[in-house]
Design a protein around this ligand. Sequence first.
Ligand SMILES: NC(=O)c1ccc[n+]([C@@H]2O[C@H](COP(=O)([O-])OP(=O)(O)OC[C@H]3O[C@@H](n4cnc5c(N)ncnc54)[C@H](O)[C@@H]3O)[C@@H](O)[C@H]2O)c1
Length: 270
Amino acid sequence: MAYNLLKGKKGIIFGALDENSIAWKTAERVHEEGGTFVLTNAPIAMRMGQINKLAEKTGSQIVPADATNEEDLNTLVTKSMEILGGKLDFVLHSIGMSVNVRKGRLYTDEKYDFTAKGWDVSALSFHKVMQSLYKADAMNEWGSIVALTYMAAQRTFPDYNDMADNKAYLESVARSFGYFFGKEKKVRVNTISQSPTPTTAGQGVKGFGAFINYAEKMSPLGNATAQDCADYTVSLFSDLTKKVTMQNLFHDGGFSNTGVSQEVIEHFED
Ligand SMILES: NC(=O)c1ccc[n+]([C@@H]2O[C@H](COP(=O)([O-])OP(=O)(O)OC[C@H]3O[C@@H](n4cnc5c(N)ncnc54)[C@H](O)[C@@H]3O)[C@@H](O)[C@H]2O)c1
């Protein structure tokens, strides 16, 4: 069901790789709610070509940008305002990648070049995106910026590896930049801490299948899907959440506050 919650609002959506991506579902949902946007992803991800399908479906233009490259980001911000005809109301940062995870290096055996690259892509890129928006004065008052994160920033999940540290940094950037963006531009900045979700990035984590089933059994409402996350993001882009800022918002069916569930107890009964 659509409610026209984003009618007249303009933005940028980072990170739609294929139709499983959280950003893909969010783009579709934002479109349904009347928002218009520019789609962006790393030039290397464009080669897979799937994003064109999403652009066509949502009547959007695509501007490639490597989220670690300041020049790319500045161009993206300028071009987006030209394409959309004015300042922006929402931005979704839905980007994550660990080279250590990809190459099978354990947390106790990190290759630090890989660590630095993963941190730049997954965490510092959020600062770079916001700094670029801030300096260009590209956000309208009461605009909303959202990034996606995972609970491994607060609690240890061994196979999440260095992404846990990246997410902790990302959440801190949301608070720190949220202060300046709030004070000076009346723009809110939040992170959504999402359930494990079967996407390309998610499935890169070792043992993901067992892990997602465990989370499902531990969450009173079950895991939040990518579609659920798209709905939640729309609410954070809408005018109904104007005073929510500098928060890490758990969107996980209750997982983060559950000590143990009946299903898990039964599994361990003698
Ligand atoms: N899938 C999960 O279980 C899960 C859970 C919690 C949070 N998240 C977070 O959600 C976000 C989106 O991931 P997803 O699960 O939809 O997977 P995904 O693989 O579909 O999306 C990750 C995106 O990051 C993009 N990206 C990588 N390097 C980039 C760069 N240098 N510049 C620009 N873009 C780049 C990729 O091209 C891709 O589109 C990530 O931040 C991820 O950590 C995912």
